[in-house]
Design a protein around this ligand. Structure first.
Ligand code: AHR
Length: 320
C-alpha cells in the first residue's frame, strides 16, 4: 500500500515537472491598443506594423478601431482597464480631453504609451512615453521646400491653399504651425484658404473643389497635411482642367506609395516623410516598461523629405 502511494506521488511529481511546461511558461504580455481609424494609407500601414510586430513577438494585442471618434477611444481604454491588460497604447484622434480616462488608467496602475500623436494633459505622469514624429518639423520641412522652390519665381505673390488634417489633432495643429513659422518671413507667400479635409481622400477632393470654385486660377500652391488629401485634391484639380504639379504645385506629408506614384506621374511635387512603422519599437517599449526598465520620455522618428526628382530612385525602397 505504502509503495503504491509512493509510486503515485512520484508520477504526479514527474507530470508536474515535465509534462505541463505551459503552466510554468511566462504569461504573454497583453497590450490594449486603440487606433484612430482607417482614414488613410498611412493609418493602414501603421495598423499592419503594430499587428505584425505583436504577432512576431508573441504579444497578445487587443486592437480597437475608433473610427476617428474620441468617444470610441475613451470606451476602448475603459474596456482595456476593465480587462486588466498589462499596458495600454493609443494614437489619440485629438489632443485634448484625455485627463479623466488617463487618470483611471493610472489609478488601475496600467502604464500608458502614446503612439503617433500627442495629448494635452495637465499631469505629465498620465503617460509613460510618446513615440512618433515631430509634426511641427514636418510642417517646417514642407515650408522650407516651398521657399526654395519659389525663391526665383517672378510672381509678386504666391497664393497657397491649405488642406488641414482632422480638427484638433496633433498633426493638423503642428503641421500648420511649422509651415506658417517658415513662410512667415516671406511676404510673397500667402495662405488664401485653409480648411480641414479630415485626412481623407474624399474630403480632400471635396474641399479642393470648393477652393477651386472660389479662387480658380489664382491658386499657385496646395499644401496638404497628408498624402491622401493631396491625392484626392489632385483629382479635383484635373477635373477643373488644370495640371497638378505644374499649374498648381502640390506639397504633402507622409511619403506613402500613393504619393510616390503621383510624383512619378508628375502630379505631386514633394512629400515630407512621416513613418507609420512604429510597431517593432512599440513592442520593445512595452516589454521594457512592464519589466520596470527606464525608457525615454520622448522617442522621435527619424524621417526625410522626398521631392519628385528622387521619386524614381526611392520608390523601390518604400515599405509603406
Ligand atoms: O497622425 C499621423 C497622420 O494621421 C498621418 O499623416 C495621416 O495620414 C494620418 O491619418
Amino acid at each position: 500500500m505504502q509503495s503504491k502511494r509512493r509510486t503515485l506521488l512520484a508520477a504526479a511529481c514527474l507530470a508536474a515537472c515535465f509534462t505541463t511546461p505551459a503552466a510554468f511558461a511566462a504569461k504573454p504580455l497583453v497590450i490594449g491598443f486603440s487606433q484612430v481609424g482607417a482614414e488613410s494609407e498611412w493609418r493602414t500601414a501603421n495598423t499592419v506594423s503594430i499587428k505584425d510586430a505583436a504577432k512576431k513577438d508573441g504579444i497578445t494585442l487587443k486592437f480597437a478601431d475608433a473610427q476617428q471618434k474620441q468617444e470610441n477611444q475613451v470606451k476602448a481604454i475603459r474596456s482595456f482597464i476593465a480587462q486588466r491588460v498589462d499596458l495600454i497604447a493609443f494614437s489619440p484622434v485629438v489632443e485634448s480631453g484625455w485627463d479623466t480616462v488617463l487618470r483611471e488608467a493610472k489609478a488601475a496602475k496600467i502604464p500608458v504609451v502614446l503612439t503617433d500623436r500627442a495629448v494635452n494633459v495637465s499631469d505629465p505622469s498620465l503617460y509613460v512615453t510618446f513615440i512618433g514624429s515631430d509634426f511641427v518639423e514636418e510642417g517646417r520641412r514642407a515650408g522650407r521646400w516651398l521657399l526654395e522652390r519659389t525663391a526665383k519665381l517672378p510672381n509678386p505673390v504666391i497664393n497657397i491653399v491649405e488642406l488641414q488634417g482632422t480638427v484638433g489633432s496633433a498633426p493638423a495643429l503642428d503641421r500648420k504651425k511649422g509651415f506658417e513659422e517658415v513662410i512667415a518671413g516671406n511676404a510673397k507667400l500667402k495662405v488664401i484658404r485653409s480648411q480641414t479635409g479630415d485626412f481623407t481622400r474624399a474630403k480632400g477632393k471635396e474641399v479642393m473643389e470648393a477652393f477651386l470654385k472660389a479662387e480658380g486660377k489664382k491658386i499657385n500652391v496646395l499644401y496638404a497635411h497628408n498624402d491622401d488629401m493631396a491625392i484626392g485634391a489632385i483629382q479635383a484639380i484635373e477635373e477643373a482642367g488644370l495640371k497638378p504639379g505644374k499649374d498648381i504645385l502640390v506639397i504633402s506629408i507622409d511619403g506613402v506609395k500613393g504619393a510616390f506614384e503621383a510624383m512619378l506621374a508628375g502630379k505631386l511635387n514633394v512629400t515630407v516623410e512621416c513613418s507609420p512603422l512604429l510597431g517593432p519599437q512599440l513592442m520593445q517599449l512595452a516589454r521594457d516598461i512592464v519589466a520596470g526598465k527606464p525608457v525615454p520620455r520622448r522617442i522621435t522618428t527619424v524621417e526625410g523629405v522626398f521631392p519628385a526628382e528622387v521619386a524614381a530612385k526611392e520608390f523601390p525602397n518604400r515599405k509603406y
